[in-house]
Design a protein around this ligand. Structure first.
Ligand code: SF4
Ligand code: SF4
Length: 376
């Protein structure tokens, strides 16, 4: 397993990180014996970066991670969890939540503590409640070693947040389809790597979509490569080829996925991709993008619709389904939206939404087409 040292810290961790948001389940609870075994197997096979969060698995993930890290496993890993900023209503809530997390994790400190899923708005909220001073105090008290944040907003928000405090790590959504989304690959280079801030990647497989239901035209691109690799391997390879990424999280659910990832990451070197491979991955992205049916960015400027049509939900859900070959699933989701009175059939064609859409989508026409094609 390749190891990475995070700049400005004394943390050296594995390139593959275990994300504990998709642990094995039994009904709606974590299958605790299976999850504990999986986490320990990962550590025994060289994974030393363990990532969890307050909210994962309905708040059960931290408890299970705490159990798994007993018997000497805690000392072998970089342990990471996150403050649920949406639950912070007053300044003192932050330490209260952290104390609860430390108790669940059965430890006196975490190595990286992240403000979770920041947008500029959510950051501003906790910043005004003293989040930066809170992080300083917790470092002084020894409850956290290094401050960090995870991020879901645009490149400008990334720049503003990352330059606002001496962070030691930023966790971003990145994969071949998100090169130009959210923090953007360029933003990661410019605002994190160049400033000596470590990066952790989440959603390397876009929630698994890059691993399943591969459209024929994309599979045929993979088939033409000189070296044969699985779609999962191509997705990870595209990432670890890029210099700024320190650790790549994978939300593993079973031993087979774990062992496959261990195999893939045994060759996880910077700069391994040939020009032909890079060109192929660009074509993979473009081919996925060409499958999009509407091109809605989910900005929600068109909302609210006076008739209750959930315009972005319908469009984004269809675009995802079209990209990832899951139109049957969309049909079911659309039926549920219609039943709740949120479907395209509620549209009275007032046109208010189209005036607000920065993408100039012909919303009324698209909605009518979608209803015609997918309504039961
Ligand atoms: S045109 Fe239809 S979808 Fe758009 S705001 Fe009017 S009722 Fe809602
Ligand atoms: S305004 Fe346009 S791009 Fe934005 S959510 Fe609505 S339809 Fe999508």
């Amino acid at each position: 397993m390749q190891m990475i040292t995070f700049p400005g810290t004394d943390i050296t961790a594995s390139r593959l990180g275990m994300g504990c948001m998709r642990l094995p389940v039994d009904g709606d609870k974590i299958d605790r014996p299976a999850a504990i075994k999986l986490i320990r197997d990962a550590i025994d096979n060289g994974v030393t970066y363990i990532d969890t969060a307050y909210g994962y698995h309905n708040r059960e993930s931290e408890i299970v991670v705490g159990e798994a890290l007993k018997d000497g496993y805690r000392e072998r890993v970089t342990l990471v969890t996150k403050l649920p900023v949406w639950l912070v209503e007053k300044p003192e809530d932050m330490e209260k939540l952290l104390d609860e997390q430390l108790e669940k994790l059965q430890t006196d400190h975490v190595d990286f503590y992240l403000l979770h899923a920041l947008s500029w708005g959510s950051y501003e909220k906790v910043r005004n409640m003293g989040a930066r001073e809170f992080l300083d105090r917790m470092i002084e008290k020894g409850k956290i070693r290094y401050p960090a944040f995870s991020f879901h907003d645009d490149a400008e928000a990334f720049r503003k947040i990352i330059t606002d405090y001496p962070w030691k790590m930023a966790q971003v959504q990145m994969n071949v389809l998100d090169e130009f989304n959210q923090a953007t690959l360029e933003g990661c280079y410019k605002y994190a790597e160049e400033r000596g801030i470590g990066l952790v990647v989440m959603e390397p497989l876009r929630g698994g979509a890059l691993a399943r239901n591969i459209p024929d035209e994309i599979q045929s691109l993979y088939d033409q490569a000189a070296e044969k690799r699985t779609p999962v391997e191509w997705a990870f390879r595209w990432l670890y080829d890029k210099t700024p990424f320190m650790t790549i999280l994978s939300g593993m659910s079973n031993t087979e996925q774990l062992m496959d990832n261990i195999r893939i990451f045994s060759g996880a070197e910077f700069g391994v991709m040939t020009q032909d491979e890079k060109d192929m991955m660009t074509k993979v992205r473009e081919t996925y993008e060409a499958r999009v049916r509407v091109g809605c960015t989910g900005c929600e400027y068109c909302m609210p619709c006076p008739k209750g049509v959930k315009i972005p939900n319908i469009f984004r859900s269809l675009d995802n389904a079209a990209m990832f070959n899951t139109l049957d699933g969309f049909k079911k989701r659309y039926a549920a939206m219609v039943e709740k009175g949120e479907g395209a059939n509620q549209c009275v064609k007032c046109g208010l939404c189209e005036k607000a859409c920065p993408q100039h989508i012909q919303i009324r026409q698209k909605l009518a087409e979608i209803h015609e094609e997918f309504a039961e």
